[in-house]
Design a protein around this ligand. Structure first.
Ligand SMILES: [Mg+2]
Length: 190
């Protein structure tokens, strides 16, 4: 069976981003994250997180700590009746790692393609949503539709993010609006 998916950035998109989270106790989901994910899953989307975690390369935390944070995110979501299907992350940063080791780092579409292969995902009916330019570029590089999630940032901050040729298909205030845009777009296109 071929599945469609929504790829999400993690920090600043799913959960509030205090900067380099290595402690599960610091995880705080944005309000509405769980219901947005539940609605997308009900519409048949798999939910996959694609995250840059260069805090590992920088020595701020270990991969086990990143995984503990991922598990905490899922346990908070499970309390609200839903969950993320898979988490992929890139531990590398060009200041500390080789070019080869950084091939997973967004805006490279490497982890999107890896997830698509492992989870049998149909990229033609999939989406990438995130709060940074690297998320939009990653989606564009993977050839899928993109949504920039504002999550409280000002119009000025958002317009500074948008550079020529890297324009998202949609801009959403939050994940609730993101899920509505995706579901409407998918239904409209089929
Ligand atoms: Mg982010």
């Amino acid at each position: 069976m071929i599945n469609k998916a929504v790829f999400f950035d993690r920090d600043g998109t799913i959960n509030i981003d205090p900067g380099y989270i290595g402690n599960p106790d610091l995880v705080e989901l944005y309000p509405g994250t769980a219901s947005a994910i539940a609605e997308l899953k009900k519409a048949g989307f798999r939910i996959v997180v694609i995250s840059n975690q260069s805090g590992i390369a920088r020595g701020y935390f270990t991969s086990s700590e990143v995984e503990a944070v991922n598990q905490k995110i899922n346990s908070l979501l499970k309390d609200q009746g839903t969950e993320i299907d898979a988490f992929y992350y890139c531990p590398s940063h060009p200041d500390f790692n080789t070019h080869e080791e950084c091939k997973c780092r967004k805006p490279s579409p490497y982890l999107v393609f890896k997830a698509a292969e492992e989870m049998k995902l149909d990229l033609g009916s999939s989406y990438f949503a995130g709060d940074s330019l690297s998320d939009i570029e990653c989606g564009i590089n993977a050839g899928i539709k993109t949504i920039l999630v504002k999550n409280g940032r000002t119009e000025e901050q958002i317009s500074n993010l948008l550079v020529e040729g890297k324009i998202p298909n949609f801009i959403a205030c939050d994940l609730q609006e993101t899920s509505k845009l995706i579901i409407n777009d998918f239904l409209g296109g089929n």
